[in-house]
Design a protein around this ligand. Structure first.
Ligand SMILES: C[S@@+](CC[C@H](N)C(=O)[O-])C[C@H]1O[C@@H](n2cnc3c(N)ncnc32)[C@H](O)[C@@H]1O
Length: 390
């Protein structure tokens, strides 16, 4: 059975039962992250926070205090444990589906060969500990998982299917959001050389390719199974992207090469040292006048204290070790330390775009906020923006 919602040349096959299971997991996730989540927020606002205020004569002051009072409540314990269980069920559902057809998927990817774009792997690349040693967001085996097979696309296929369940058919929206931001704030920029750091299977890279069809687009990642899958996926979609296995902390690109350097949800999966290195590397490879846009979820300072508690659950219960540390980093200082002039770098919020309407859509524009700060959870992406001085 073909997956209708999200289809390309590498789309794994789904039996009737697997499709039914995927639908059930999607529905469970949706219910949890909409209905149950709203319920828990209401419970906090209407019951837990007022009770604390009454007993202590003051409001809850930070996310640690919120956690303490929330985790004592059986309702919250149930909610959080359901979230963790559904996450595990989701990955198990995907892994079983991919593993049963992995030899065929590996062969399919190999058949795409070098075509419009290219794939360059480096067997000797040392994989950073923050990638190699973590089953990030509970994804079994992490980004390097190859199921013990040569030429494996395992982690790429697993990630692709997992994201399709996470985002319910909204794959690539993050790339659209970043493009919307770039278009609104740098309307005259016509990049001819683009670099995407931590591309995984190229969902966002694909969007850059569609927006700038004449640009030369490079996409790097440390994970070979993701790059093999991403390359084949891009070829099947007719996208010219040059994938290479490189560490974004130290790439082999020359100084002053790119007009734009992007990354999407890479930052929170690295480390304090690595992220500083990646900012420095972004600055080095940018041309003078070039623009860096790194997108992730917003910093703690941009969201309310309850959302901070929710975000923090990713570190505690979803194998995201750097998630909370990253949210509290002084990113402006880090960009300056990377070489960006103080008046040429800032942290901002970018509205979320959606695939159906595209990045020029009025809904996106209407939702736009620049250099503001939002207290609405899930409203937008946090972006780190730097312009290299000429
Ligand atoms: C959450 S995924 C990024 C998703 C992707 N940008 C998208 O929009 O679909 C993070 C990716 O960053 C990669 N990664 C982590 N650290 C890296 C590094 N130092 N250099 C290159 N890639 C890295 C991981 O292997 C993983 O594929």
């Amino acid at each position: 059975m073909k997956n209708q919602a999200y289809s390309h040349g590498m789309t794994p096959d789904l039996t009737h039962d697997e499709a039914a299971r995927e639908h059930a997991v999607r529905a469970m996730r949706f219910h949890l992250y909409s209905q149950v989540s709203q319920g828990t927020r209401g419970y906090f606002t209407n019951v837990v926070a007022p009770e604390f205020e009454k007993a202590n004569g003051r409001a809850l002051k930070d996310r640690q205090e919120v956690r303490k009072v929330m985790e004592e409540r059986p309702y919250v314990q149930l909610h959080l444990s359901l979230q963790r269980s559904v996450q595990e069920v989701m990955w198990n559902t995907v892994v079983e589906n991919i593993e049963r057809q992995l030899p065929e998927l590996n062969a399919r990817a190999k058949n795409y060969g070098q075509g419009l774009g290219s794939l360059t792997l480096d067997e000797k690349l040392e994989i950073p500990r923050y990638v190699a040693n973590v089953d990030i967001h509970c994804m079994p085996g992490g980004y390097g998982y190859d199921a013990g097979m040569p030429d494996s696309v395992a982690a790429g296929a697993i990630y692709d299917r997992g994201i399709s369940m996470y985002q319910r058919g909204a794959e690539g929206n993050l790339g659209l959001s970043v493009l919307a931001y770039l278009q609104r704030n740098f309307p005259n920029l016509k990049p001819t050389q683009i670099l995407d750091l931590g591309c995984t299977v190229g969902m966002s890279t694909q969007r850059y390719c569609e927006a700038f069809p004449d640009a030369e687009i490079h996409a790097i990642d440390v994970a070979a199974p993701c790059l093999r899958y991403g390359h084949a996926r891009a070829e099947s979609l007719g996208k010219r992207i040059h994938f290479s296995q490189q560490n974004a902390e130290h790439t082999n690109f020359g100084d002053n090469t790119f007009d734009v350097v992007f990354s999407t949800i890479l930052a929170h999966e690295t480390s304090t040292t690595a992220w500083q290195n990646i900012l420095t590397e972004s600055h080095r490879v940018l041309k003078p006048g070039g623009v860096m846009v790194h997108a992730d979820l917003p910093q703690f300072a941009d969201i309310d204290v309850y959302s901070q508690f929710l975000f923090g659950n990713e570190t505690r219960y979803n194998n995201e070790p750097f998630w909370s540390t990253f949210r509290a980093m002084d990113l402006k200082a880090a960009m300056e330390a990377a070489g960006f002039a103080p008046d040429q770098c800032f942290v901002d919020l970018a509205p979320m775009a959606d695939r159906e309407t595209g990045f020029t859509n009025t809904k996106v524009t209407a939702a736009a906020r620049t250099r503001g700060g939002s207290s609405a959870p899930g409203f937008g992406w946090g972006v780190q923006v730097g312009i290299k001085s000429s």
